[in-house]
Design a protein around this ligand. Structure first.
Ligand code: SF4
Ligand code: SF4
Length: 715
């Protein structure tokens, strides 16, 4: 895993009245344990990957409490596991990244929501929206609404959201409906404190198993029961949820002295709103705002009378709702009109319809609202000065650097095993011309960015091959599809490979087997070997063959020449059907994390350690930089040409090089140039190393002296 929480999980043992101080994701986990959760499952993905990692590291504590934790094969599996709460009084939680995970889980979620639950079912979703996101920009709100799943968006304050986790289970039980809790990236990683309570061992669990299964036809999602279930949602569950939210004060109203105006915000955006007010001189350092705020910790369903009560008597209210469509703004407007309240709702307009409400966006939006509402007692000139100051700072920064700040797109890590595969595709394209490449989700998606720009579409995790189904028959050249081993086990084996095999789809599939679910933090997969330290539970090659695919090759990713040859063979083979190349190379980030402590230990023990590095002979380098265009490794950079008669900078390998060997391989496979050299750095050398070193030095010195003598004679 990317990160170990073995020390931090001790915080999960804190009891009544003790103080927890730590990261949001740990606090969420503590909240689940305090709420008496019986089982937890999920699928990793930012920003909630660490919740899965924390639970993995907390196994001894979970065992003591009897809590069952099981990572699911995908989000659909995680959602389906919540079935335990349909018939039994068991509190369960599922975790995933949204909206993509919610999309994958939606079938099971619809069934779960239709059947309803007895035990509290809470879905912790990492709302991956905004500038730190890695996925398509959509909101989970629509998914919650369409299935009658209640959506909580808690204020990012440890004390508050931990309390709300327990309330989420109670809400679920009171209204027999699943509840989603969305946490944005900042809430997951913000540090804070709260007073803890004892963990609650679940009444039904591995330690207290059930004896008899419960059968209730009303909880099966089949006609005619589904019609009654839909009615039950509307007539019982929905009003029960509204009653609970109101009765338990899940939403919060913060008063302020400028009460002719107000702000309604999603709970997750509360801190941003208060920060904007602070900067505008309308809130103090402790977050006490002068403008009343209604904080929606539950964004679906809304409690009509709460909204009406907050807005009544106000001239204008700002609705702060991130993303689109503006569900809340529309709903608030409709509620007020039905109640004959004439408050003007301002939202999209002063705030943008699309994109994250960053600090600057929020500040300008709140300022725009105040300037439009012209509230008594607020100095609008001072407000204007704050926004003008931002423009001034931006202009000053632009003047200093002379140009807009360059973008820094993400890229493969130094020495990534996936980079060589795309170098190989570039080389193949020299002979074949451009090839349609159906790309996929994962680190390998960086291939679509410079310097490779390989990949014509991305349709979803594990869907690279499936997305080529329509393209393949329409192209004269074979199409290449990409799939990671994470995507393969998530769904690619069934959605892509079984379909392709069954339909005799012709084409080439590259499976990037880096050994982990790397992009989400190096979680293990059924085929993970950890460089030989773990016994895999399944084999990619065997699974592919089991689907009836016979053309399967495994190639070490760093062997660029062999990869080029195998790709050529796959693209030109007379054999019809799918040709699968398993590109095998351990995630370099995970490898470095695995071997660095071992190297440190070996060095401390005085053992001989060899480190491989690559370099460029600057006197030979021509400065055409084709190596950089074919590699893209961040370690491969440029530096001034030492020859005063040559202006082009030479290629240079900096100190971050992990010696993966790609530089040498590319230079060789592309017949580039002889500039690259390999150096083995020997630490704690033995007697033989020293003798060899001495001998080499003597020979080099002799050769250098001879060259100098020749130059002198020639002069
Ligand atoms: S995390 Fe691993 S697979 Fe992903 S870019 Fe880095 S080295 Fe490559
Ligand atoms: S050998 Fe080349 S590609 Fe590999 S890490 Fe070093 S500089 Fe990067």
């Amino acid at each position: 895993m990317e990160r170990s929480f073995t020390k931090e999980v001790e915080l999960l043992r804190l009891g009544d009245g003790e103080v927890f101080e730590g990261e949001g994701i740990l606090a969420i986990t503590k909240g689940l344990l305090q709420a008496g959760v019986s089982y937890v499952t999920g699928y990793q993905g930012a920003p909630v990957s660490h919740l899965m990692d924390v639970l993995g590291d907390a196994k001894p504590l979970l065992d003591e409490l009897g809590v069952h934790y099981q990572p699911a094969a995908n989000e659909a599996g995680a959602a389906a596991a919540l079935a335990a709460s349909i018939n039994y009084p068991m509190r369960g939680a599922a975790v995933w990244k949204s909206t993509v995970g919610t999309n994958v889980a939606s079938d099971a979620l619809s069934n779960l929501a239709s059947a309803g639950v007895i035990g509290g079912a809470v879905i912790v979703i990492g709302e991956d929206y905004g500038e730190g996101a890695s996925i398509i920009q959509e909101r989970s709100h629509a998914a919650a609404m369409k299935s009658s799943i209640w959506l909580m968006d808690p204020r990012p304050d440890h004390e508050r959201f931990v309390a709300l986790i327990e309330k989420a289970f109670e809400l679920s039980e009171a209204s027999n409906s699943p509840v989603m809790m969305e946490f944005r990236i900042r809430a997951c990683h913000v540090h804070g404190r709260f007073r803890t309570r004892n963990n609650r061992a679940p009444a039904v669990s591995r330690n207290h198993p059930l004896e008899n299964p419960e059968f209730d036809l009303d909880r099966i999602c089949l006609p005619p029961v589904i019609y009654a279930q839909e009615k039950h949602k509307i007539e019982h569950r929905f009003p029960a949820a509204i009653d609970f939210i109101r009765a338990h004060g899940l939403n919060e109203s913060f008063p302020g002295r400028h009460d002719e105006i107000g702000i309604i915000c999603q709970g997750g955006l509360y801190n941003g709103v208060v920060r904007a007010l602070q900067q505008l001189g309308l809130a103090d350092a402790f977050g006490q705002a002068e403008v009343p705020i209604f904080c929606l910790n539950v964004t679906y369903p809304l409690v009509p009378d709460e909204i009406v009560q907050f807005c009544a008597g106000k001239r204008a209210v700002l609705m702060v709702e991130e993303g689109n469509p503006d569900y809340l703004e529309q709903a608030v407007n409709a509620l007020l009109r039905k109640s004959d309240v004439n408050t003007t709702i301002v939202g999209k307009g002063v705030l943008p319809m699309a994109g994250e409400y960053t600090a600057e966006v929020m500040l300008r939006g709140v300022a725009g609202f105040l300037e439009g509402a012209v509230p008594k007692g607020i100095d609008l000139v001072a407000i204007g000065r704050v926004t003008a100051a931002i423009d001034g700072w931006k202009k000053k920064a632009a003047d200093i650097i002379g140009a807009p700040v360059p973008k820094r797109p993400p890229g493969f890590c130094v020495g990534c095993p996936e980079r060589p595969v795309f170098s190989a595709i570039k080389l193949v394209e020299r002979d074949f011309g451009k090839i349609h490449v159906a790309a996929d989700v994962g680190c390998h998606a960086f291939s679509t960015l410079p310097p490779f720009n390989i990949g014509n579409s991305i349709l979803g995790y594990g869907l690279g091959l499936a997305s080529a189904a329509g393209v393949s028959p329409a192209f004269s050249k074979r199409v290449i599809s990409i799939m990671g081993d994470g995507g393969f086990w998530h769904n690619g084996l069934t959605t892509g490979i079984s379909g392709a095999a069954d339909n005799h789809q012709d084409g080439v599939l590259l499976i990037m087997a880096n050994g982990y679910s790397s992009a989400t933090g190096q979680q293990y997969l059924p085929s993970s070997t950890l460089g030989g330290q773990r016994r895999p539970t399944a084999s990619i090659q065997k699974a592919v063959r089991a689907m009836g695919i016979s053309w399967v090759r495994t190639v070490r990713t760093y062997s660029v020449g062999k990869m080029v040859k195998t790709l050529n063979e796959a693209l030109t083979s007379s054999a019809r059907g799918l040709k699968v190349i398993v590109a095998d190379g351990e995630c370099q980030l995970a490898r470095q994390r695995r071997i660095r402590p071992l190297i440190r230990k070996a060095l401390a023990a005085g053992e001989r350690v060899i480190r491989t590095r690559y370099g460029v002979d600057e006197t030979t380098c021509t400065g055409d930089h084709s190596c950089i265009r074919l590699s893209g490794c961040p370690s491969l950079t440029i530096k001034p040409n030492p020859d005063p008669l040559r202006l082009d900078p030479v290629a240079h390998v900096n100190n971050d090089c992990v010696g993966c060997g790609l530089c040498g391989e590319v230079a060789d496979a592309a017949v580039l140039c002889p500039s690259f050299y390999r150096a083995d750095i020997v630490q704690n050398p033995n007697a033989w190393d020293r003798q060899i070193h001495h001998l080499r030095n003597s020979v080099i010195t002799w050769l250098q002296r001879r060259a100098v003598r020749r130059d002198l004679v020639a002069a």
